[in-house]
Write a protein that binds this ligand. Structure first.
Ligand code: F6R
Length: 613
């Protein structure tokens, strides 16, 4: 969580910092701040709120200067207020007088002990943050050598952190240190930058370098000096930045979420066309680092992830077990380590993550690596922490996702996992795996998704109705149990309606008690082996006067009779259907949130990338 940006060069720093904060706001957006060196002092502006509202009040004259750092926050230690916003300062008491300004992404785990020690030494804290500890430690350790002072942070602080620092006595200098949380250095012409991800660097820097684990970097407009944790100078290769890597405009859409939903047909096409031919004869998966022999030797697959990615894992586990005949289970990444899973090289652990940065997923993957299990990551950002850890990476090719509620990454995950299950089925010689039928359906998938998106009005009509609901139920069976969970997650994330997703078979065992006229039920009952039984559940809800929103295949003879609202989708293979069925549920959540006046791209309390446990 939290985004860091730093700039030193020949241009004014403030506009670069504001733009960087804007581009990093998906990482957290409850407060923001900047520090700029001007005329021998560090000038800080920071407040709770969104960058769009804060930046107009940051006077360019007071903040005129060519070196500065900026931050966008997702609160962990202390409520979002001015005192807790970053930059945190140390050394003096006024906002325009500190010796040190420091911004931080991550968590200092031994913060309480460090705070006590510093207080005993006479430090007066002005915030509730763990970040302020870092600022004081750096300020007190600095004797003219920033590398030595940065080493003190590595020596004394436990946990995961990336920090960018300015010292009043080093006018054109940024100092950064990293353990766990990501930080990039962007190299330009007479200017250099720091950033939590690539977006703020694209279009500004020509080359990029990643700060390694426990490394320190000193950045000036003309030079970047890298040091290891012992303070020894080290060298690192840089890579050229591909200027198409950033895609940050809304392209005329009112929200990123809507834009990203509409990108799905194109994204899915690229993913499918890159991996499989229309007859399913050729499956291009050699880059994953898994041989057919390994696929045959696996005795179990554990899929680990969080949130939307966990829902995708539930679908993936279903496919791997039912089609490729490998025992497979989806597990929430944050629960993985504590169950002490039985692992060895006969187990494949698949980490699924849009960002590739989710701390819970990263830790689960580390558990697998430590135990000698085979590992694979399904990612949207190949060059990410998880991407570098995993034995192989399957890139879902969804393109940058900015809206906090995941849409195109979810369908990208489903499609990737389906391709993987096809590969596993072929490698394991499963004679009756429907590889050719699914290949055909995958090639038709972009059009099916496009058609589902064109049916916007059907979901919008249902949204007009459910917008007043306080509670909703989502039901699905087989691989669509995952769709139900994901539909409910989308609804609660952006509309703040309490929504529960359940496998429909579970209804009678409890959730049916909730059904009433006031609680709409979304039932996914598209064509396939589960449809009949789903319709049985629908009848049970109707018998209790519950309202039904039914996701049904075109031409379903019973849909209109059983449902208050039908969300129709084109016919496809039942195992591909969950990818298409996700679309009307995305629209339903979007249109409901819009009608309720919610902040769709930046829902309350959430962040796009969760880099803390
Ligand atoms: C929901 C959503 C989150 C993420 C979760 C994991 O719309 O986006 O639930 O799925 O935080 O994030 P990644 O996929 O980046 O590991």
């Amino acid at each position: 969580m939290c985004g860091i940006i730093g700039y030193t060069g020949s241009s004014q720093a403030l506009p670069v910092l504001i733009q960087g904060i804007r581009l990093l706001s998906y990482r957290g957006y409850d407060s923001a701040g900047v520090s700029v060196w001007r005329e021998g002092a560090l000038h800080v502006r920071k407040d709770p709120g969104r960058i769009e509202d804060l930046a107009p009040s940051w006077d360019p004259d007071g903040l005129a200067g060519t070196t500065g750092i900026g931050h966008t926050r997702w609160a962990t230690h202390g409520v979002p207020n001015r005192a807790n916003a970053h930059p945190q300062q140390a050394g003096e008491t006024t906002e325009d007088g500190g010796l040190v300004s420091l911004v931080h992404n991550g968590i200092v785990e031994n913060d309480l002990a460090l705070r006590e020690t510093l207080e005993a030494e006479g430090v007066a804290f002005r915030s509730d943050t763990d970040t302020e500890i870092l600022a004081h430690l750096f300020a007190r350790a600095f004797q003219g050598d920033p590398v030595a002072a940065a080493r003190v942070l590595l020596d004394r602080c436990r946990g995961q952190f990336a920090v960018a620092i300015q010292h009043r006595d080093l006018p054109d200098t940024l100092i950064a240190v990293r353990r766990g949380s990501p930080l990039l250095v962007g190299l330009g012409v007479r200017e250099n930058l720091l950033a939590s991800d690539l977006r703020p660097l694209v279009g500004r820097a020509d080359r990029v370098m990643e700060l390694g684990e426990s490394e320190i970097v000193i950045v000036t407009p003309d030079a970047v000096h890298l040091f290891d944790a012992s303070g020894a100078a080290i060298e690192r290769e840089t890579r050229a930045i591909d200027h198409t890597e950033r895609d940050t405009g809304k392209d005329g859409y009112p929200h990123f979420m809507l834009k990203e939903m509409h990108e799905q047909p194109e994204r899915l096409y690229e993913l499918v066309a890159g991996r499989i031919d229309p007859e399913g004869r050729v499956l291009r998966m050699d880059d994953l680092g898994l041989t057919d022999e390994q696929w045959r030797s696996f005795e179990r697959v554990d899929l680990v992830a969080a949130g939307t990615a966990f829902n995708a894992c539930a679908y993936g586990a279903y496919l791997l077990e039912s089609m490729a005949r490998i025992p497979a289970r989806a597990l929430m990444a944050h629960e993985y380590e504590s169950r002490d899973p039985v692992l060895d090289e006969r187990v494949l652990v698949i980490a699924v993550s849009q960002s590739g940065e989710t701390m819970d997923t990263k830790i689960a993957l580390q558990v697998a690596l430590d135990a000698g299990a085979a590992t694979l990551a399904v990612l949207n950002v190949r060059e990410s922490v998880i991407g570098r850890m995993a034995g192989g990476v399957l890139d879902m090719h969804a393109g940058p996702e900015i809206g906090v509620a995941s849409t195109k990454a979810y369908t990208g995950m489903l499609c990737s996992l389906l391709l993987l299950a096809l590969k596993a089925s072929r490698a394991r010689c499963i004679a009756d795996a429907p590889i050719a039928e699914i290949a055909q359906a995958l090639w038709a998938l972009p059009d099916a998704v496009r058609t589902a998106l064109e049916r916007f009005d059907e979901a919008a009509a249902a949204a007009q109705d459910v917008r007043r609901a306080d509670h909703m139920l989502y039901l699905g069976r087989g691989p669509d149990a995952a769709t139900a969970s994901e539909g409910a997650l989308k609804m609660k994330e952006i509309s703040y309606i309490h929504a529960e997703g359940h496998p429909a078979g579970e209804m009678k065992h409890g959730p049916i008690a909730l059904v009433s006229r006031e609680m709409p039920t979304v039932a996914i009952a598209t064509a396939g082996p589960w449809r009949e039984r789903m319709l049985g559940n629908v009848r049970e809800v109707r018998a209790r006067e519950g309202e039904i929103i039914l996701v049904a295949t075109d031409g379903d003879p019973d849909a209109a009779k059983l449902a208050d609202f039908v969300l129709s989708v084109p016919a496809t293979h039942p195992l591909v259907a969950p990818i298409v069925n996700a679309i009307p549920l995305q629209i339903l959540a979007y249109e409901t949130a819009r009608r309720r006046g919610c902040d769709i791209d930046q829902p309350r309390n959430l962040a796009k990338t969760v880099t803390v446990q």
